[in-house]
Structure formats: structure tokens, C-alpha cells
Design a protein around this ligand. Structure first.
Ligand code: KG4
Ligand code: ZN
Length: 338
């Protein structure tokens, strides 16, 4: 079955053609990074306008991969920025109506965690999922499509948000994740002992905002005490070490406590080379299997939306042309009206 996926939940306009939820024929992503760079983060109004401009050309390019007409439409309906979501969902409704094909509204977080299906590396359920992105940081037990239990999540900033804010503070640019990732490789992760928040909290929750503040305070203290400024690479490496240690340790603990042998990581921060390495090592030690996708499928893209849309279509889900957007949709929550 040929599925057309559409994703516009944040600052990437994307359209993709995927066969049977697995084989990617096209996956076009128009990033708005250059528009938001000057602000150090995504500006919702600018994002919505940019989606309006890019959605038609992105769709045209994705559809050009074959002359066949898609048989199903899958679109992200939440969570995300309301103005951005509306653009994708409106486009999806118009196409589904004019071609007379069914439509399935997709939860963006599910799309991140089922993305390994596109590369044949999705484990059998149940598995443990760590979703780490610019908007989310959570651990969930995925027992079936309709049985996803969130075990813990961040109480404040998402980990990608912490990367972006720290990079912005250090004057490194936007988005901060990939910049800190490569800079950290040149620094000493033990140079500064930043706090590992909630490491021993006994639950699966996270807190990242204190770490960001600790970096800011550390830099201010160095300056006020007239000390030699630390190397930015050392600060980046030490920040990253603190953020990742908690993620890795809690992920492995959750898999062990729940008796789950497979771990999936998804979301933009799952691109991070140290997270992949450290989690792979920790999983290896514990006898767990780890799955993640190549970098292009970790960040926001419509192929992962098409993959989940296909899975949900097969399990009987359909969305009507009255489908809405759900900016605060949670993982494990039933899509309203479907
Ligand atoms: O999943 P995504 O594309 O969008 C959301 O749904 O939020 O994730 C974007 C986030 C940004 O915060 C970005 O800085 C972060 O993912 N990111 C990374 C890396 N690549 C992207 N964080 C750490 N290391 C990376 N290599
Ligand atoms: Zn995302």
C-alpha cells in the first residue's frame, strides 16, 4: 500500500511516500532552521507562515517519486505548535478529499518511536522506548499500538531544549544539539562536575533546567573570580556528560525493572553520537538490544508518520475530514475522534 505522510508539527515541513510502512520512496524535508536561527529557537508564528509557503512544493517533490497515486494519507495531528499542525492537517484533508482516499491522524511521538520500522530494525513489542527531542524527554513501555505506558518524563525542559539553550548561552549557534555533539568530542567530559539531576530519585522522571542553570552559573563564577575562561569544548563535553548519564542510567534501569529486552531510542537527540555509544555500551553490559534509526530518520520527517499511519490503518483506525489538531497530545493517549 502506497502511503503519503505529512509532517508539520514544529519547524520542518515534510512529505514522504512509503510503501507498506517500510520502504521509503521519497522523504522530502524543508527545514526552517535559517529562519529561526536569529532568535535562538523556533518562533511559532514564523514557523506557521513558512509551512504555508513550503507545503505545496514539498508535497510536489515527494509525490514525483512515482506516478502511482497514494492509497492512504497519514498526517501528524499532535503534539506540536498549533499553527504549524493546522497547515499539515489542512493539506492532508484537502488531498484525501480530492483523491477520495482514507486518512489517518498520527501522534508525532509514536512516529518517533516506531521509526526503526523504516529500516527493518523495529523490535517485537513489548519494548522500552526513550523519546528525546526538542520538545520531549520520556520513557515508555510499548506493549502494543494501543497499550503505550509512559513510565517517566521530564519535569521541566526537554533534553534537546537544554542542548539548544546551553549552546545559545555559549554563543555557539542554533540548533545546539549537533553543535555541542561535535564540540564535546574535543573536550574533557570530566573537566567540570555538573549536577546529575534526579539520578537517584527512584523513578523514571528527568529534570534538565537545573543543569542549564548550573552551566550559566559556572561561567558567571569563573568570570567574577577572574579565572581563566574554561575551554568551550570542556564545558560542552561536561554538560553533555551530565545530561546523558541520567538518560542512559534511567533507560537501562527501566528496561531491567520492566523485564524488557529491547530498547528503542527516537527523536532528534537520538542523533547524538555519545548517547548512541553510551547507551549501546550500557545495553550490551545488561544484555539488552538497542535499536535506532539513521540520523535523517531521527529528526522530524514524514516517513516515520507514514509508517505509523500504515500500522494504525491496518489496526482499523480512520480519521474523518473533521479531524482536528491536538497541540498537547500525549503519548499513549487515544487520538480524539478516531
Ligand atoms: O525530533 P526533533 O527534530 O524535533 C522535535 O520534535 O523536537 O528534535 C530536534 C532537537 C533539537 O533540540 C536539536 O538540538 C536536537 O534535537 N538534536 C540533537 C542532535 N541533533 C539534533 N541533540 C543532541 N545531539 C545531536 N546530534
Ligand atoms: Zn519530533
Amino acid at each position: 500500500m502506497l502511503v503519503l505522510g505529512i509532517e508539520t508539527s514544529c519547524d520542518e515541513s515534510s512529505a514522504s511516500l512509503v510503501v507498506d510502512g517500510k520502504r521509503v520512496l521519497s522523504n522530502v524535508v524543508a527545514s526552517q532552521i535559517d529562519l529561526h536561527k536569529a532568535y535562538g529557537g523556533v518562533v511559532p508564528e514564523i514557523a506557521a507562515r513558512a509551512h504555508v509557503e513550503s507545503i505545496a512544493p514539498v508535497l510536489a517533490e515527494a509525490l514525483a517519486a512515482t506516478e502511482e497515486r497514494p492509497e492512504l494519507l497519514a498526517v501528524t495531528a499532535g503534539p506540536g505548535l498549533v499553527g504549524s499542525l493546522v497547515v499539515g492537517v489542512s493539506a492532508a484533508k484537502a488531498i484525501a478529499w480530492s483523491w477520495g482516499i482514507p486518512m489517518v491522524a498520527v501522534n508525532h511521538l509514536e512516529a518517533h518511536l516506531f521509526a526503526p520500522a523504516l529500516e527493518g530494525s523495529l523490535p517485537e513489542m513489548p519494548f522500552l522506548a526513550l523519546v528525546v527531542s526538542g520538545g520531549h524527554t520520556l520513557l515508555a513501555q510499548v506493549s502494543s499500538l494501543d497499550d503505550i505506558e509512559v513510565l517517566g518524563q521530564t519535569r521541566d525542559d526537554a533534553v534537546g531544549e537544554a542542548y539548544d539553550k546551553v549552546a545559545n548561552f555559549l554563543g555557539l549557534g542554533y540548533p545546539g544539539g549537533p553543535i555541542i555533539d561535535s564540540l564535546a568530542a574535543e573536550g574533557d567530559p570530566r573537566a567540570i562536575d555538573f549536577p546529575r539531576a534526579m539520578l537517584h530519585s527512584g523513578d523514571y522522571d528527568f529534570s534538565l533546567s537545573g543543569l542549564k542553570t548550573a552551566v550559566i552559573r559556572y561561567m558567571a563564577r569563573q568570570q567574577s573570580e577572574g579565572k581563566e575562561p574554561p575551554s568551550v569544548a570542556d564545558v560542552a563535553a561536561s554538560f553533555q556528560a551530565a545530561a546523558l548519564e541520567v538518560l542512559v542510567r534511567k533507560t537501562v534501569a527501566a528496561a531491567r525493572d520492566r523485564g524488557l529486552a529491547d530498547v528503542v531510542i527516537g527523536g532528534g537527540v537520538a542523533c547524538n553520537s555519545s548517547l548512541r555509544e553510551q547507551l549501546a555500551r550500557a545495553c550490551d553490559t545488561e544484555g539488552l538490544r538497542l535499536a535506532y534509526t539513521s540520523v535523517g530518520l531521527c529528526t522530524d520527517n514524514a516517513a516515520m508518520v507514514a509508517a505509523v499511519g500504515f500500522m494504525r490503518y491496518q489496526s482499523g483506525q480512520r480519521s474523518g475530514l473533521d479531524a482536528d489538531v491536538y497541540p498537547n497530545l500525549r503519548l499513549g493517549e487515544q487520538m480524539p475522534g478516531s
